[in-house]
Write a protein that binds this ligand. Sequence first.
Ligand SMILES: Nc1ncnc2c1ncn2[C@@H]1O[C@H](COP(=O)(O)OP(=O)(O)OP(=O)(O)O)[C@@H](O)[C@H]1O
Ligand SMILES: O=C(O)[C@H](O)COP(=O)(O)O
Length: 411
Amino acid sequence: MPSFDTIDTLNDDTDAPAEKRVLLRVDINSPVSDGIVQDNRRFERHARTIQELSNAGYHTILLAHQGRPGGDAFISLEGHTAVLEKYLDCEVNFIDDTHGKRVAKAINATESGDVLLLENTRMCEDELPEADPNIKANTAFVQSLSKHVDAYINDAYSSAHRSHASLVGFPSMLPSYAGRVMETEYHANTAIGQKEFDGTVVMTLGGTKATDVIDVINNLAGSVDRFLLDGVVGELFLRASNVPVGFDITSETDRYDAQWKHNSKVIKSILTEHSDQITLASDLAYNEAGERAEIAVDSIIEKSVSFMDIGTTTAESYAEVIRDADAVFVKGALGVFETEAFAKGTVRVLEAIADSNCFSVVGGGDTSRAIGMYDMNRADFDHVSIAGGAYIRALTGQPLVGVEVLKSESI
Ligand SMILES: Nc1ncnc2c1ncn2[C@@H]1O[C@H](COP(=O)(O)OP(=O)(O)OP(=O)(O)O)[C@@H](O)[C@H]1O
Ligand SMILES: O=C(O)[C@H](O)COP(=O)(O)O
C-alpha cells in the first residue's frame, strides 16, 4: 500500500529551511460561542506541528476553515491566532484574505520561523463545493498561492474526507507531505484493519447514529472479535431482539423511530449473522424523579421510559471484556455522559481501557470529550482522535480523498 511522505522527508529534501515557505493546512474548526472561537484539542495538537516547523526555521503559512457558510460558527480566523499562541513559543500573524496581491506580499515578507495565518478558506469562493482534485488544483486560489510557497503540508486529517481546494488542490502543484497530526491520526485510525493483534480485539459502539454503527460492523466484522453496544444505537439492536426499548417517549421528534424505519431490516440481519460477536446491554438506566434508576433488560415488558445509559451490571461486564482484550476501539458514547448520573457506562468503559495494557483508540468528536470531562488522563490511551466524520469514514473503510491525493503524489 503506498503511503505518504512526511515532515521527515521534507527535512531530508530541504537544504535551507530558513529560506523555505511551507503552506500548512490545519483543522482548527471549533465550537463558537457568542461569536468567539472556543479552545479545544485541535489547537494544541496542530500547534505541535507548527512549532516543529517554526523551530526548524521554515516560514509557515497556515490554511484552515471555520464553520460552514450561513452558520453561526462561520467566522473569521482572526480570533484563532490568540488560541494558537497559547500553545506556541512564537506569534501568529494574521491576514484577512486567502490569496491575491496582499496575501502574496504578506507571505513574501515573512522571515525564518514566522507563522502567518490566512483567512477562513471557506470565505474564498474556490474552496467549496467539493469537486475533483484536478478541478480544485486549477482554481485561482490554488494557482496563486502555489507560486509563493515551496511545499504543501496537510495536517488536517479530520477534514481529509472533504474534496475542498485547500485539502486536495495543492498536491499536484507542490511537493506535498503529511503533517504530524495527519500521520498519527491516519495510522491510529486505520490500525484496526492493518495492525496484527495477538489477542481479542474489542470495539465499543454507541452514540446516536445507527447507519454509522451498521457500516462499522459490516466493514470490521472480520477484524473485531467482540462488539459491545449501547447508546441510541444499542437500544435499536435490543428493539430488533424484541425488547420494548429504542423509543424516545419524551420527545416529539423521535430520533429512534426515524432510524428504526430506515435500518430495522439490516439491524436484524446483522444480529443474525454476527450474533456471536455482538453483545447488547443486560440492564439499562433511566431517570426516575430526577434520580438514576436501573432495570434488567429481561424485566422490561412495555415501552415506558427513555433509557439514558447502560446499567451497572452491563458496565462491569463490558469492563471485564476490556480487561482481557489486546486492543480496544471506541466509537460513540454508551450513555448520555454529559449528565453525570448517566455517565457511568461511558466512564466505566474508558476507565477499564485506561487501566489495561491494551492498544486503544478513542474516537468520535463527542465521545472523546468524556475523557477530559471526567478527569481521565489522555496519556492512558494510545490515541484519542480529534476527528469526527473522518474517523467514521476510516472505520467504515472509505478512503479519505485528502489522504489519497497525498499518497498518489508520493508514489
Ligand atoms: N441512550 C442515549 N440516549 C440519547 N443520547 C445518547 C444515548 N447514549 C448516548 N447518547 C449520546 O450520544 C452522543 C455521542 O454520540 P455520537 O453519535 O455523536 O458519537 P461520536 O462518535 O462521539 O460523535 P461524532 O460522530 O459527532 O464525532 C453523546 O452526546 C451522548 O449524549
Ligand atoms: O469538524 C470537522 O469534522 C471538520 O472540520 C470538517 O468540517 P465540516 O464537517 O464542516 O466539513
